[in-house]
Write a protein that binds this ligand. Sequence first.
Ligand code: NAP
Length: 286
Amino acid sequence: MAQIINGKEVSASVKREVAEEAAKLREEKGLKVGLAVVIVGNNQASRVYVNNKKKACEEVGFQSFEYALDENTTQEQLLDLVNVLNRDDRVNGILVQLPLPSHIDEKAVINAISPEKDVDAFHPTNVGHIMIGDHSFLPCTPAGVMRLIESTGTDISGKQCVVVGRSNIVGKPQAMLLLQQNGTVTICHSKTKNLKEICLGADILVVAVGRAKFITGDMVKEGAVVIDVGMDRDENGKLCGDVYFESAEKRAGYITPVPGGVGPMTISMLMKNTLTAAKQQAGITD
Ligand code: NAP
């Protein structure tokens, strides 16, 4: 039976580290860290995420600036706001909550955020930095996954790592981070053949597909570390992951639950990125 990786606990320890450093910056340098969160429209899930981010800012002692814009906001108006925030010294990090309404080009908005304030690490400049391994910010969800793997004491070097999913926000950067830790990485997607065989070879299996209970226990190698990024709904509308937990936990060595696994990590890594941004903007290099 697998050991459960407690994402809430690991996330709390990241937030404690961030809060301590933020307090030191306030006391020693008079620096107050600030995060601006922009939301457009009435997407209920987005509202919940934005509230959680605001709460996390309070927990770690950051200022948060919330901009809730009307569904009919034009792309030009949104770009204007991003430009104002780029120049606002109180704002160290800018996060535009996705998805945006369909009349707004997400790429144009991401590209308008100053790379120094791009705490989601979605800007092409930051994506490039991740690719060559000299990054300031790591994308929040894959960075959270790395912390969870680290919490198991698993050395990634030389391990067979399989990432199922190749999205720009999870799968691709995840594969890159595992590669940088000297994992031997395979990326799977919807056209992959023999998915089961490939997964069965994984010492570390990270799943980000967006399909409820897609990876079943018979696809998991005995003793593997299984990280489930998925946030799906099962047939009864209950929150669940991409991994069929009940069968996978019988074979895995370590496994994340949903909820309480990767989810809480994403926000704490966002806080960490915002702290990093504030330090860099203040010229603090430690
Ligand atoms: P996405 O952009 O929809 O990407 C899904 C990926 O899964 C695609 O690369 C797709 O392949 C692949 N895929 C689909 N069907 C497949 C199949 N039958 N076999 C193998 N691969 C298949 O999703 P995402 O944004 O990466 O998110 C994935 C999941 O993670 C979602 O449940 C999302 O809600 C969750 N998520 C959670 C957090 C968190 O904080 N916990 C953060 C982000 C996302 P193709 O490229 O070939 O289409």
